[in-house]
Structure formats: structure tokens, C-alpha cells
Design a protein around this ligand. Structure first.
Ligand SMILES: Nc1ncnc2c1ncn2[C@@H]1O[C@H](COP(=O)(O)OP(=O)(O)O[C@H]2O[C@H](CO)[C@@H](O)[C@H](O)[C@H]2O)[C@@H](O)[C@H]1O
Ligand SMILES: OC[C@H]1O[C@H](O[C@H]2[C@H](O)[C@@H](O)[C@@H](O[C@H]3[C@H](O)[C@@H](O)[C@@H](O)O[C@@H]3CO)O[C@@H]2CO)[C@H](O)[C@@H](O)[C@@H]1O
Length: 600
């Protein structure tokens, strides 16, 4: 996330692991000093006042290979001017893929910064601590790090992240339950932004033989969603105003305009920003949560204070500038500001039918027609449906919120379930919607299953075993489900919105159902009918040459980050941060990028 070629927002739960040795050093003596974990102080640091971050390092008792810094201090160091220095900041970051695409393919130096929600097995303690003023308190964060697939992954350690989430990244990042936020989310994400601004300056990362030392100040930050909207503000108010980061720029990437970070206007004072920023946050809101009327709107400030705004598909860019309904009342700001749409790539390593560890029959485009029925049987057996490879099977995977239209699907099922068809629904989210999908088995024992769990192996089995993947979203900024499905030769049936329009072409690689109402309080009967009729239309192609051709068309596409990362590269180069150069297309700038560098 970077999503976004970008620090793409997803759960990091796959990386949750047991406590590692790095925590054992907690009682060691703290010293306000510089050693190989940090570069020497320069004049600009002296400009730091007490409101600026303080940086220090915890020394260790042993000289063993406890940190990547200590290990890499003897490796060859060639500081390389090629490419840009990119820092993706987000509340969530998927395993490697998003920045991986940009970093691996184009030879830029790439870091992601995200919270440390669990004791990640592969995240090593850098021993670098920074003191940051958050609200009216001084908080100390500690940086953890690992280097994977050519990307420096930095994790910000603080109790506001770890002690709240404890690895439950599928459900507890933003609040104790879906739909309920933590009271201190503004402080949590303020802390993330402040820490992210320090990371390129203070972390001496030497895992890549082509780059050494801190990233420095000539960087481009890619801020993702409302959680990172304070970053461009702090960059200006705390750094540029003191002669630091003078060349640095910020690209703001919106993954979902439905979540904007709207809070009481009086909360502006806890953000520690000068009054001149108030106008950028000022927002009149008819909605009552948390209070009706004048509010601060983090995303609005992110749009206004960044150097460029990007979103995750061209069609979504059009939608969110079209009017208040799809632009969720920020359409006017975006029209004024401009927004570029670049469709997301997908993680083609994690989602590869030829190597997928969660499916027993591996396949590719040449073997899909033989493998599909076997994968379907395995899926049917797994969820307890009658095992019959000749029954067309429809899958659904997604968060159970109005956005994803699982309620529209539930209403449509009676209208098509009498066909020769089975359906498997996987998702977590709102409790009422979880109950709704769990009812499916009772209502249609031989036809439908609903699994209300966050279950990665089952997500892979559905993607491989289903014939069709249904994506009935009211809105969908990009959508990954349909990309994953197509890579597995599973034909998508999608609502005509956002990235689903850009990536699924009717009759070629899927089926379009038309645009649905974005009114989330009700299920529109027209949309229900569209789901049922399009599913029946899709079922009629099952087993025909037209279907075989669609499967082949799906699998023939390059859905990786390769194409999108070139588009991202151009947007970021246009910011003209000094020293930025294009990467070398097609060349392996970083040979280590292919393999994960083992942690010591
Ligand atoms: N119960 C479950 N068990 C296991 N895995 C599950 C799961 N529920 C979901 N997943 C997985 O989570 C991912 C969700 O992808 P989406 O495109 O639906 O993203 P989401 O809407 O959450 O994010 C937002 O950001 C992304 C990235 O920019 C945009 O594509 C999207 O439109 C926007 O709404 C998929 O990899 C899926 O397999
Ligand atoms: O990957 C899914 C989405 O994850 C993020 O959205 C989260 C959002 O940023 C949080 O603020 C929170 O949203 C809650 C909202 O604040 C609250 O008022 C209420 O409406 O419930 C919302 C849902 O709980 O959680 C969201 C995740 O569920 C990310 O910002 C999006 O881009 C992703 O689409």
C-alpha cells in the first residue's frame, strides 16, 4: 500500500505470528544517542523544537544478529540514484503485493509504513524510538522492520495499535466490532502520520545492496485513505516550515470515499495543527454521527493539502466527481482538485492457480477445463454441498456491508435458486448480514451455504472451485474479487460500478448487471431483479463454447501490477521531486526482490 500500487488496503492477518525474540530487550538501557541505526544529526535536526519528534535508540545487551541493521552493516553498500524513493503509508497493508509491484518492476526504493497490530514473526526491532506529540501527550513509538520482495516494510509499534487489535486485523483495526469505531481513532491515526514522516529520516535500512542508509528527505509519500490525511498537513506545518522535506511531495490515494473520517469540529484542536489548516477540514454534514452540523473532515483535508489525488480505477474517478451521491459530498472538492484513476493490479503470486497452496489441483489456462470440476468437487465437499461437478456453482466473497450488496444477493436468491445451481457465500461484517448468510443453509440445504468467517483458505477454494463469481456491489472503487476470479478462470458477474466497469467487459470476460442504487438503507427491487436475470443469463452459457472462450479470455489477461505501476510511476514522476528518475523497465534493478530476504 501500498495499495496503491499503492498501498492496497487489506488485512495483514496472514502475517500474524508468535512472539519473537525481539521483544526480549525491553528492559535495556535507553540512550539518546546515535549509532549504526541512525544517521548523524544534521543542522536541520537542531531546528527541532520541543514540539518536534525526538529520536533515540535502545541499545542491546548482546552483539548477536538481532536486527537487520546490525546484520547488514557488513554487506556491500552502493547508494544508487536510480528511481524514486516512495513511502506508502496506510492503516492496513496487504502482504507485499501492492508496493511490491511498483518496487520490483520499476526499480524504485519503496517503503511501506503501517501500524504493528501483532507481533509479526518477520518484523524485527530496529531499536529506533521516536517521541511524538499526539493530542496533549508525548507518545513514544518504536519502529519494527522487515525487507520482503524488494520492499522495506516498516511497522509502527505503539499500544494504541497492538494492544487494541492483537492480530485480529480482519475485525478490530478500526473498532471493537464492525460499524463501531475506537474513540481514540483520531489520535491513533495522527500518531501513524507523525511516525511515517519520521521513518524515512531516521531508519537506516541497508537490506538492499543497491541502496544504503536512510531514505532521506527527497521522497514521495503516498497517503492512503482518511487515516493518513494528516500527513500532508504535518509535512507542511512541522517540517517544510522548518526547512525540512522541502522537496518532498504527497500523493493521496482514495480507496473508498464512503469512509472520510468525519468528527466533531471542536476536535480540530487535538490535531495539533495551526489554525490556517482549519478551512481544509471544515465540513457541513447533515448526518448525525457523531454530531450533526459543522465537522472536521479528514479526507477533505487530505484532498486539499496533498500534491495530487489518485483513486483506484478510472470509472470510480468519474463516479466520485459526478455528484454528491457517489462522491459522498466531497464531489465538489474533487472536481476542483482533480482526481486520477488508475486501476489496481492484483497479487499474482498470492493468487496463482498454478501454485496456490490452498487448492489441491493446481492448474493454468491449458488445464483449467479439467481442473475446474475437481476444484469444484473439493469446494462442495468442504462446505457440505452435494458433490456434483455438473452443477454450475456461484461464489461470493466480501465484507458484509451495504457496499458489497450481500443483502441484494440474499433477496435475489429465491428468484434464481430453482435453476440448476449452487451458491457459496463467504464474508464477515455486520451481524445482521452475517445472520442472513448463515440462514442460507437452512433455507436451501442442497443449494446454498453461507460462511460468516474470515477464512483465507476457503476464499482461495471458492475462487478456484466456483464457475462464476458474483460481485453485486452498490459501489466498488476497484474490486479485487473479480480480478482474483478471472485469474482462476472463474467468470465474474458484476454490478456496473467503479473498477468493475473497467475490468469486466460484457460477453468477453464476464457479465455486467447494470448500476445499482447507492441508497444503502433499502434493497431496490430493480437491482434484485437484475441480479436474478443476469445470473440466469450466465447459467445459460454454462458448458457452452462461449463460456470456454470467456474462461480463456479471463485467464489470458495480465492482471498484475506491471501495467498499473507504470501509470503510478508517471503520476509520481510528474511531482518532480528532486533526484527522481524513472526506473528501468524490464530490468532487475534489485535481484533480491524476487526472494524474501530471510530475517536473521
Ligand atoms: N471473509 C473473508 N475471508 C477471507 N478473505 C476475505 C474475506 N472477505 C474478504 N476477503 C478478501 O479481502 C479482499 C477484499 O477485496 P475487495 O476488493 O473486496 O476490498 P475492499 O472492498 O475490502 O477494499 C477497498 O479497497 C480495495 C483496494 O483498493 C478496492 O479494490 C475496493 O474496491 C475497496 O472497496 C479480497 O482479497 C478477499 O479475498
Ligand atoms: O478494506 C475495507 C475498507 O477498510 C477501510 O475502511 C474502514 C474505515 O476507514 C473505518 O473508518 C471504519 O469505518 C466505519 C466508520 O468509521 C463508521 O462510522 C461506520 O460507518 O462503520 C464503518 C465500518 O465499520 O471501518 C472501515 C472498514 O470496515 C478503508 O478505509 C476502506 O478503503 C476499505 O474499503
Amino acid at each position: 500500500m501500498a495499495s496503491a500500487a499503492a498501498a492496497h488496503l487489506l488485512s495483514t492477518s496472514a502475517h500474524v505470528a508468535e512472539i519473537k525474540g525481539s521483544l526480549a530487550q525491553i528492559d535495556l538501557k535507553m540512550q539518546l544517542t546515535m549509532y549504526n541505526g541512525l544517521r548523524p544529526l544534521n543542522k536541520l535536526d537542531m531546528l527541532h523544537t520541543k514540539s518536534c519528534p525526538k529520536v533515540f535508540v535502545k541499545h542491546r545487551r548482546t552483539n548477536g544478529p538481532r536486527t537487520q541493521n546490525s546484520r547488514s552493516s557488513c554487506s556491500p553498500k552502493i547508494t544508487c540514484g536510480l528511481g524514486m524513493k516512495l513511502v506508502f503509508v496506510s492503516a492496513e497493508v496487504a502482504p507485499w503485493s501492492k508496493t511490491g509491484g511498483l518496487g520490483d518492476a520499476n526499480g524504485h526504493r519503496v517503503m511501506t509504513v503501517s501500524p504493528r497490530y501483532d507481533q509479526y514473526r518477520d518484523g524485527w526491532d530496529t531499536s529506533v524510538l521516536v517521541e511524538l506529540r499526539v493530542g496533549d501527550r508525548i507518545e513514544t513509538v518504536r519502529f519494527f522492520h522487515c525487507y520482503k520482495r524488494g520492499v522495506d516494510r516498516v511497522f509502527v509499534d505503539h499500544p494504541m495499535f497492538l494492544e487494541k487489535v492483537w492480530g485480529k486485523t480482519g475485525s478490530k483495526i478500526y473498532g471493537p466490532i464492525a460499524g463501531q469505531d475506537y474513540d481514540d481513532n483520531q489520535l491513533r491515526f495522527s500518531l501513524l502520520c507523525l511516525a511515517a514522516l519520521e521513518a524515512p529520516r531516521v531508519l537506516n535500512l541497508n537490506n538492499n545492496p543497491y541502496y544504503s542508509g536512510p531514505y532521506g528527505e527527497d521522497v514521495v509519500f503516498i497517503a492512503n485513505d482518511w487515516h493518513t490525511a494528516l500527513l500532508p498537513c504535518y509535512l507542511k506545518s512541522m517540517y517544510k516550515s522548518r526547512g525540512m522535506y522541502l522537496n518532498a511531495k504527497v500523493a493521496f490515494c482514495v480507496h473508498n470515499i464512503a469512509y472520510q473520517g468525519r468528527f466533531a469540529f471542536s476536535d480540530f484542536s487535538m490535531l495539533n495543527l495551526p489554525d490556517q489548516f482549519k478551512g481544509s477540514f471544515d465540513f457541513i454534514d447533515g448526518y448525525y454521527k457523531p454530531v450533526k452540523g459543522r465537522k472536521i473532515n479528514w479526507m477533505k483535508a487530505g484532498f486539499l493539502e496533498s500534491d495530487v489525488v489518485v483513486t483506484v480505477s478510472p470509472y470510480y474517478a468519474k463516479e466520485i466527481t459526478s455528484g454528491p451521491a457517489k462522491g459522498v459530498e466531497l464531489d465538489n472538492i474533487l472536481r476542483m482538485r482533480g482526481v486520477k484513476g488508475i486501476v489496481n493490479g492484483m497479487d499474482v503470486q498470492e493468487w496463482n492457480p498454478a501454485t496456490d497452496k490452498y487448492i489441491s489441483v493446481k492448474y493454468d489456462a491449458t488445464t483449467v477445463m479439467d481442473a475446474k470440476p475437481l476444484s469444484k468437487e473439493a469446494l462442495q465437499a468442504e462446505v457440505g454441498l452435494p458433490v456434483d461437478p455438473n452443477v454450475p456453482l456461484i461464489g461470493f466473497i466480501g465484507r458484509l456491508e451495504e457496499q458489497k450488496g450481500s443483502d441484494i444477493l440474499a433477496a435475489a436468491i429465491p428468484q434464481f435458486i430453482k435453476e440448476n445451481v449452487q451458491i457459496v457465500v463467504l464474508g464477515t461484517g455486520k451481524k445482521a448480514m452475517e445472520k442472513q448468510i448463515e440462514q442460507l443453509e437452512i433455507l436451501y440445504p442442497d443449494k446454498a451455504r453461507g460462511v460468516a468467517k474470515f477464512n483465507v483458505p476457503l476464499a482461495h477454494m471458492i475462487t478456484a472451485g466456483a464457475d462464476f463469481m458474483l460481485v453485486p456491489s452498490r459501489f466498488e472503487p476497484c474490486g479485487l474479487i473479480q480480478l482474483h476470479a478471472m485469474r482462476y478462470g472463474t467468470v465474474p458477474i458484476v454490478a456496473s460500478t467503479g473498477g468493475l466497469v473497467d475490468t469486466v467487459k460484457e460477453g468477453h470476460n464476464g457479465f455486467q448487471m447494470g448500476a445499482f442504487s447507492v441508497e444503502c438503507d433499502a434493497v431496490d427491487p430493480t437491482d434484485v431483479a437484475a441480479v436474478a436475470t443476469t445470473i440466469k443469463r450466465a447459467l445459460r452459457t454454462y458448458g457452452t463454447p462461449a463460456m470456454t472462450e470467456m474462461i480463456q479470455n479471463c485467464m489470458a489477461q495480465d492482471l498484475s501490477w506491471k501495467g498499473p505501476s507504470k501509470l503510478w510511476e508517471q503520476v509520481l514522476l510528474d511531482l518532480e521531486v528532486s533526484g527522481s528518475e524513472p526506473g528501468i523497465d524490464g530490468e532487475e534493478i534489485n535481484p533480491l526482490a524476487k526472494e524474501n530476504v530471510p530475517t536473521p
